[in-house]
Design a protein around this ligand. Structure first.
Ligand SMILES: Cc1cc2nc3c(=O)[nH]c(=O)nc-3n(C[C@H](O)[C@H](O)[C@H](O)COP(=O)(O)O)c2cc1C
Length: 325
């Protein structure tokens, strides 16, 4: 019988399937459900840098001019941050699986000290979802990427728990970028976030949000990069996040070299049972192939291990399109 336990960010997981950050991981009851369904870990809903910074400002204003602060406003902001610490602590007490906290951020200062509070509350690790849109044409790619590295440096100085970084899909040279993240001390990389995308409503001439849930097809854009990043000489775990709906999807990412996979949209469409189904399907497939552990096949189809690595490259693109009739 196969076993699907794994190590991720130095933590022991009973399954490589993680309930990814979303509203499904913002309450203790649903985190308990995720564990019961067989999730190897949960990543909590993100707290936003803006929430932390606004709390810090409110507290500073209250200290210098107590009467100038609107108490209710202050309370609401503070409460969201305190509620988060409470969620971390309660989740840790309620489940045995690792509880990974998450902060959505865009700058390397103003909120970093707060990460220490998250560690003290008992988080097993911290996932930082770094998201900013470069809107200044004078800012170079190097300048933008330096923000990521500074965030990792600052967190590494303050925290003892592992830090993983969730990034978007588009960088000029993802291999160099991820290697630099590794050199700065990231323990893991989450590939990838699915950012808010604007869409156009041509009838009402409005900008509207595009669908927030992924489509399984989007997995194809991610598979190549998991396969290429995992083939590099870096001891940095990869968690694949995008388009995991079935056991087959999870197996593909593991074959590409992912340490874990995260499910999110599938939870919205099918509930937590999808995690149980994915675990069962991985077991069935492993038993059929006589694989005993995930290490028996993890990375088997990555850029380093396949016979013809050009299948990941430009030459394949030329062949593919010129032979298509
Ligand atoms: C409703 C919803 C809320 C989400 N909230 C967060 C969040 O708070 N923090 C975060 O890092 N990612 C968040 N995500 C992104 C997911 O964790 C995940 O990375 C993304 O949806 C791609 O995975 P999927 O194809 O399984 O949905 C959210 C996604 C959805 C659909």
């Amino acid at each position: 019988m196969s076993t699907i336990n794994t190590r991720y960010l130095g933590l022991n997981l009973s399954s490589p399937v993680i309930a990814g950050s979303s509203n499904f991981t913002s309450k203790v009851e649903s985190i308990v459900e995720a564990e019961a369904a067989g999730a190897g870990a949960v990543v909590l809903k993100s707290l936003f840098e803006e929430q932390i910074v606004s709390m810090a400002h409110s507290m500073a204003a209250k200290e210098s001019y107590p009467e100038a602060d609107d108490y209710l406003h202050y309370y609401t902001r503070t409460n969201s941050v305190e509620t988060y610490l409470d969620l971390v602590a309660k989740a840790r007490r309620s489940v045995k699986i690792p509880v990974i906290a998450s902060i959505n951020c865009f700058s390397p200062k103003g909120w970093i000290d707060f990460a220490v509070e998250i560690e003290k509350a008992g988080a097993s690790a911290l996932e930082v979802n770094i998201f900013f849109i470069p809107v200044d044409k004078h800012q170079s790619s190097n300048d933008s990427e330096a923000v990521y590295f500074k965030i990792i440096d600052n967190l590494r100085k303050k925290l003892t728990i592992p830090v993983s970084v969730k990034i978007g899909l588009r960088f000029s040279n993802l291999l160099n970028f991820t290697w630099q993240m590794y050199s700065h001390g990231a323990s893991g990389i989450v590939m990838f976030n699915r950012f808010y995308e604007p869409d156009f409503d041509i009838n009402n001439l409005n900008v509207v949000p595009a669908s927030v849930l992924s489509n399984p097809v989007e997995q194809r854009y991610v598979l190549r990069w998991v396969g290429m990043v995992s083939a590099q000489d870096m001891k940095m775990d990869i968690s694949a996040s995008t388009g995991v709906y079935t056991g087959e999807d999870a197996i593909k990412y593991l074959l590409a070299g992912a340490t874990t996979v995260q499910v999110c949209s599938a939870l919205y469409k099918r509930g937590f049972t999808v995690i149980t189904e994915i675990n069962e399907a991985i077991h069935r497939w492993m038993d059929g192939k006589e694989f005993k552990s995930l290490d028996d096949f993890r990375g088997r189809l990555n850029y380093r291990n396949i016979e013809n690595p050009s299948l990941f490259e430009r030459s394949q693109f030329m062949k593919h399109y010129s032979s298509y009739i």
